[in-house]
Design a protein around this ligand. Sequence first.
Ligand code: TPP
Length: 566
Amino acid sequence: MDKKNTVSPDTHASMAQKTVGRFLFDCLKQEGITEIFGVAGDYNFSLLDTLERYNGIQFIEGRNELNAGYASDGYARIKGISALITTFGVGELNACNPIAGAYSEHVPIIHIVGSPKEKDQKEHKLMHHTLMDGDFNVFRNMYKQITAYSAVLTPENAMIEIPAAIRIAKEKKQPVYLVVADDLVDQPIMDRIEPTPQQKTSNIKSLQAATDHVRQLLECAKRPVILVDVKTIRFGLQAAVLQLADAMNIPVASMMFGKGAFDETHPNYIGMYLGSFGCSEVQNTVENADCIIAIGLVPADTNTANFTAKLNSMVTINIQSDLVKIAEAVYQNVLATDMLQAIQKVGYKGQGLLGKVSFPYDQSNVSNDEPLKAADYYPVFQRMLKMDDIMIIEIGTLYNGMAEVRLPSNITYIGQGGWGSIGYATPSTFGACIAAPERRVLLFTGDGSLQLTAQEISSMLYYGCKPIIFVLNNDGYTIEKYLNVNTKNQTYNKIPRWSYTKLAEAFGGNAFTAIVHTYGELEQAINQAEIECSERVSIIEMIVKDPLDAPENMKKMYKYLEKQAM
Ligand code: TPP
């Protein structure tokens, strides 16, 4: 990062009594937060002034709060937790979408809002950024619906509320909301001791009963399978799942939201289960299994190929973070880590994969001068990926196509499959770059989505981030033409034509850029970007001739919708 503020240590801090602001930042620093995203506004000046003097956390300003919220989401998906500072009303409401998205997708963000002076609030004065009705609780009440916890901070309660909010965010993996009046930030806090929270543990009897049930299922199972989904990532279960797969030696498939949860180079990995829209071998293995060990499953429409995924619930061991469902039985208070270990101890030994597994993008025979098509550019992406890359995939045709690209080990794969707010990926990429400046970061975005939050490329340039950005220019909202059988020719799916490669210049920065139409050009641009990405941002605009070009699974989805509509 080139343009980091030089943070001067607060020389008086060690002598002075802790203030609300300093205590807040101490608690965040303890969680490993070294950057906080947000946008300045007069009600959060005291917070930001404290932060500017604070040693060890840098304020990273976004181009708006929507983007800063998405950036903190991307950051949290890499560092485990993040923080966002906005101003009252106008600022915090701009961040509702990313915070609701984080709630839906289980991403812990500490959202801190600076509010008008306590005295003005008590007197119900008509202050700017309010509804002009003297009510200062309106926005916090709105936020209660999309956060796991909220509190109004005071010097009296800071030592209780701040640790409690952080603990809840980490436990539930969801955002929390803290609001503090501008004039209270510098007030010394009252010494209080938070009651020691009870460590969550499994209920031994429930765990035992669930384990007995698992044993019964596995005793007669001939074709068991492991199905990995998104909450495996959110609740940090990847290592435990990998261990289970090694021990059991049975096939492992991934759900779409859960991409990246399991090492796709593992010999037991069979691919993506996309119901009847995906690979039929994977579908057969999962749907004919006589025991499905499903971890962190979210059976949503877009994760189950419009609910065409048919998991036999009578043979499914559905492991959630703190409960397990097996057939019709629900075992409450069973922690996923304990359940995974218990299954391993049952001692089932499979025979690995019986046949050879094929992956859709392993082969492609296309000449260099052919125009770009989904069927053949995904194999190019598959070849360019490297271990330890961070990939951010926007919702759109890319999210569907990329699902079946086979990943190298140790990839952090970021997508907002469930919340699905377009424009998420670009600011999230910015957040990822800030979280892991040492790693290669790749953004794959559609042209339509980029038009929502393109400003964050400016922040990338400003803070010296160097992602490689692929913009899929298919001249409009292609995915929307597939989501309904009547939307192919609608004008609302057309978008203005932008010069995407000129964005960097417009934002006052310098980037490597390329506009590519063919495979030869794409490969050449990728080779160059691989050199350039140690120095600057790269923007590769991929022009696709046919606005209806899409990956195979989307074409299958369209056929399915056509049948449904008949
Ligand atoms: N607004 C928000 C904030 N989120 C949404 N998901 C939508 C609208 C509806 N929507 C879903 S996908 C999409 C839209 C408008 C179009 C995406 O187009 P693009 O990024 O160009 O990707 P493509 O499918 O063309 O590759």
